[in-house]
Structure formats: structure tokens, C-alpha cells
Design a protein around this ligand. Structure first.
Ligand SMILES: Nc1ncnc2c1ncn2[C@@H]1O[C@H](COP(=O)(O)OP(=O)(O)OP(=O)(O)O)[C@@H](O)[C@H]1O
Ligand SMILES: Cc1cn([C@H]2C[C@H](O)[C@@H](COP(=O)(O)O)O2)c(=O)[nH]c1=O
Length: 210
């Protein structure tokens, strides 16, 4: 059985940067790595980006934005395909799977957008828990600085109050899910990478899951 590692955090926390560095770290040690993300690049992920994230007119049906429930179901549908077609087969083949976001994002973001946490947990009940979740914790004002100037990938980027709620939610989830480890995302890139690899060595190499 392979290892399943997830990077989580608010927009601009450094997930993609760290995911790529961690994938290289594993490959240098002879592991076969699948580096992936959510929303995915499949038709489901593309639909989410069109209907939900870009805030474009396609997300307006009969004069109103799609419901928060439909939004959560779209992310879960994308995830079901991601789990069944990519994550589980890769883990069964003994590979290391590193995902930039996973169901923990649905809990943090859709909870912040007003949906019930237990409903979200049950909705995503099909998704296997990760072996290790790295939560890159970043103050929102730093996140806004890092995101400014880049093309808007998510309408959620711009909503400061939402990002604050999402950050609080992630910290609450860290108390609920024992696979989540919090890393200070304000540190320099290399220091964060070293913190993450130290966690991987301790949590997964020295104490492999049963
Ligand atoms: N430790 C760091 N210190 C300063 N800047 C950083 C750090 N890590 C990443 N950055 C920069 O912040 C920006 C966002 O990084 P990245 O795309 O990795 O974040 P992300 O969490 O994947 O963002 P999103 O969730 O919006 O996709 C990039 O310009 C990146 O170079
Ligand atoms: C998986 C997932 C993501 N989101 C939100 C979080 C971000 O604002 C965007 C993705 O943008 P990125 O730059 O590609 O990280 O989607 C969400 O609300 N719920 C989810 O399950």
C-alpha cells in the first residue's frame, strides 16, 4: 500500500509550491509519485471552475448563482472520480500520492460558506482519509499579498472574510482529524519544505500506519 499525503490551506498558502518540492524529494529517494490536485483537471474540475470559481455568468442559472449544496456536490463528484480513477489505484500500486487539496478543503470552505459540517463530512464519506495532511497555516493578509497580481483562479480568493473563516475552520478541523499537522506558512519556502520532510520521516517512515 502506498502513502497518501495532502497539502491544505487557504488560497495562496504555498500548497502547490510545497507539493512539487515534496514530490521531487520522494522521487530522489526512488519512490514513484503521483502529484495531483482538486479541483482536478478532468471535465468535473473544469465544470467547477466554470460554474463556481470564476464567478462567471455560466454559474448563473435562472438568474441566480448555483446553490451552495450544488457547489458541494460538484466538488464531491469531482472527488469521487479522483478517488476511484486515480488515488486508490495509485495507492494499491504502492505509489506515493500527493494531492494539492482534498476533502478537507470541502469541509473548510463549504462550511465557511454556510453548509453544515456533519452533512459535508457524510457527503465525503466515500473518500479515504489521508495518511498525513499538511495544513499550511497563513494569516489572510499575507495570503492577499501573495495572490494580488496573479490571474484570479477562484472567486473565493478575493473574499477576505471568507478566507478568515476558512482559516479558522482548518484550525478546528486539525483538532478533529488526527492526520492533520499544522505548519507555519509564513516561513521561507525551504524551511517549510524541511519541516514537511521531517514530518514525513517521523510520521510515515518511523511510525508507518498499521
Ligand atoms: N513560503 C513562502 N513565502 C513567500 N511566498 C511564497 C511562499 N510559498 C509560496 N509563495 C508564493 O506565494 C504564491 C502562492 O503560492 P502557491 O501557488 O504555491 O500557493 P497555493 O496554496 O497553491 O495557492 P492556491 O490555493 O491559490 O492555488 C506564489 O507566488 C508563490 O511563489
Ligand atoms: C477542493 C475544493 C476547493 N475549493 C476552493 C478553494 C479554492 O478557492 C478553489 C481552488 O482554487 P486553487 O487555486 O486551484 O486551489 O476552490 C472549495 O471551495 N472546495 C473544495 O472542495
Amino acid at each position: 500500500m502506498g502513502m497518501f499525503i495532502v497539502l491544505e490551506g487557504i488560497d495562496g498558502a504555498g500548497k502547490s509550491t510545497q507539493a512539487k518540492m515534496l514530490a521531487n524529494w520522494f522521487e530522489e529517494r526512488g519512490y514513484e509519485v503521483v502529484l495531483t490536485k482538486e479541483p482536478t483537471d478532468t471535465a468535473f474540475g473544469k465544470l467547477i471552475r466554470r460554474l463556481v470559481l470564476t464567478g462567471g455568468k455560466e454559474g448563473i442559472i435562472d438568474g441566480a448563482r448555483i446553490s451552495k449544496e450544488a457547489e458541494a456536490l460538484l466538488f464531491a463528484a469531482d472527488r469521487a472520480e479522483h478517488v476511484k480513477k486515480l488515488i486508490e489505484p495509485a495507492l494499491n500500486a504502492g505509489k506515493v500520492v500527493i494531492s494539492d487539496r482534498y476533502f478537507y478543503s470541502s469541509l473548510a470552505y463549504q462550511w465557511a460558506r454556510g453548509l453544515d459540517l456533519n452533512w459535508l463530512i457524510n457527503l465525503n464519506g466515500f473518500a479515504p482519509r489521508a495518511d498525513l495532511v499538511i495544513l499550511l497555516d497563513l494569516p489572510v493578509k499575507e495570503s492577499i499579498k501573495r495572490i494580488n497580481g496573479r490571474s484570479i483562479r477562484s472567486e473565493f480568493d478575493k473574499i477576505v472574510e471568507l478566507q478568515k473563516k476558512v482559516r479558522e475552520n482548518y484550525l478546528k478541523l486539525a483538532e478533529k482529524f488526527n492526520e492533520i499537522r499544522i505548519i507555519n506558512a509564513l516561513a521561507p519556502v525551504e524551511d517549510i519544505h524541511n519541516d514537511i520532510t521531517a514530518l514525513v520521516e517521523h510520521e510515515l517512515f518511523e511510525n508507518p500506519k498499521k
